[in-house]
Design a protein around this ligand. Sequence first.
Ligand SMILES: Cc1cc2nc3c(=O)[nH]c(=O)nc-3n(C[C@H](O)[C@H](O)[C@H](O)COP(=O)(O)OP(=O)(O)OC[C@H]3O[C@@H](n4cnc5c(N)ncnc54)[C@H](O)[C@@H]3O)c2cc1C
Length: 474
Amino acid sequence: MDRRVVDALRAIVGPRGLIEPGTRALPYESDGLAIYAQRPELVLLPADTAETAACMKILHDAGVPIVPRGAGTGLAGGATPVAGGVIVGTARMRRVLELDVENRRARVEAGLVNVDLTHACKSHGLYYAPDPSSQQACTLGGNVANNSGGPHCFKHGNTSQHVLGLLIVQHDGTLLDLTAPRLDPLGYDLVGLFVGSEGMFGIATELVVRLVPEAPVVETFLGIFATLEAACDSVSDIIAARLEPSALEILDRLTIEAVEASVFAAGYPREAEAVLLVEVEGSEPEVAGCARAVRAILEQRGALSVHSARDAAARKKLWAGRKGAFGAMGRVAPDLYVADAVVPRTKLRELVLRTVEIARAHKLRLATVFHAGDGNLHPNICYDRRDKDELARVLAAGDEMLELCVQAGGALTGEHGVGLEKQQQMHYLFSDADLRQMCRARDAWDPARRLNPGKLIPVRVCEEMRAGSVPEGA
Ligand SMILES: Cc1cc2nc3c(=O)[nH]c(=O)nc-3n(C[C@H](O)[C@H](O)[C@H](O)COP(=O)(O)OP(=O)(O)OC[C@H]3O[C@@H](n4cnc5c(N)ncnc54)[C@H](O)[C@@H]3O)c2cc1C
């Protein structure tokens, strides 16, 4: 990279905020999907919005591709560097700028770790509801870019329903301030458009988010099942009965074994084929009514036993296994391919079993743990990426699973985004005309297409548009 550009950037962010290729840059070569790795030309960690804007202006003028990055916990290659590109990370921007308790809002920097916002407002009886299982590490900016979900998004909605405003550094370093409180939104919903844009529309440096009051009563259930099917059927029954728990999560046998052998052990019985976690929250009568109905459904579906807890420490223990499940899988194999798709909840049993069959046909080990209430499947394939044949089978199985879910009326991703991983599969769900419209939206934000190029939209579609081989308006 041109030394004059590097020196100009160093003058802005200082030595702490600039990492040149070498050992310190290694962690930035991929996100959580380590099969795609690329050396960044440079890693920049600006300390605030002004530094981010100044860096973006220099990079824009130098024509350098830019990949925004939070904590790098993404699982679709979204924060993976692109050839010749620079990483601009938010790791040094992690302050809570304002807690507006009366209006239940917070203004925060984008690099704030998700769970730290809840820690910051807990003493006011408030919390930040979207809770990805990576919430101890992932940033709120990354959550916005991926429209992340989590166990409790079943009741409270994904990130998009909790973001009220954004301060965005645009492709050329100019600022777009969308943080002013708007009681009744007017005009285009630019904040809504930005959420889920996977780092291709700009870098969010500040966020205004909604805070949720803690429920007076919370009860967590753990249903133990002899079959995965019975756990899936219980979820379909709970939905069909119009009950509204706040979370519905399933873990299968291999996951239970891994969790129980790890530091996240939650006391799940190792002989169970599946466990179902159900959380119910609200006033005492609401919780009591819903809890009775949930327990009855689990028992009708043949649960071997049903445990419940209201005490915060006991509930935390029940959740420990779910929250630590991905980490615990490191005991099974060196790598974990976390597939992510959404299916209609009436088809949970059928599609979960089909993913098990697909894994078996490819001679792969599958561990399933998922946000069952949202129909958000995570068939997790345990493998070793150094084994090229096994890696090829993993990718083939993942592709088959995605196609199956889409054919069943589902979607390509529930929460992890498209990134590098699924851009070639976007046509399972979208026509070329749909994809071109996405490309036009991207061009409106970043005409030179230097922000996170090669992600989300299939490169072929963008190139055809650029080459002018597509008629105007098609
Ligand atoms: C163990 C584990 C469990 C997980 N569980 C869940 C889960 O339950 N639910 C879920 O939704 N996800 C989950 N994930 C995936 C991941 O944690 C989320 O996608 C998370 O939102 C990524 O945040 P991050 O800060 O790590 O972002 P990164 O991985 O650094 O980046 C993700 C994307 O956001 C872009 N980006 C990052 N910051 C900004 C910014 N400030 N402005 C613009 N673009 C930006 C990047 O370019 C990239 O495209 C899990 C991951 C792991 C490893």
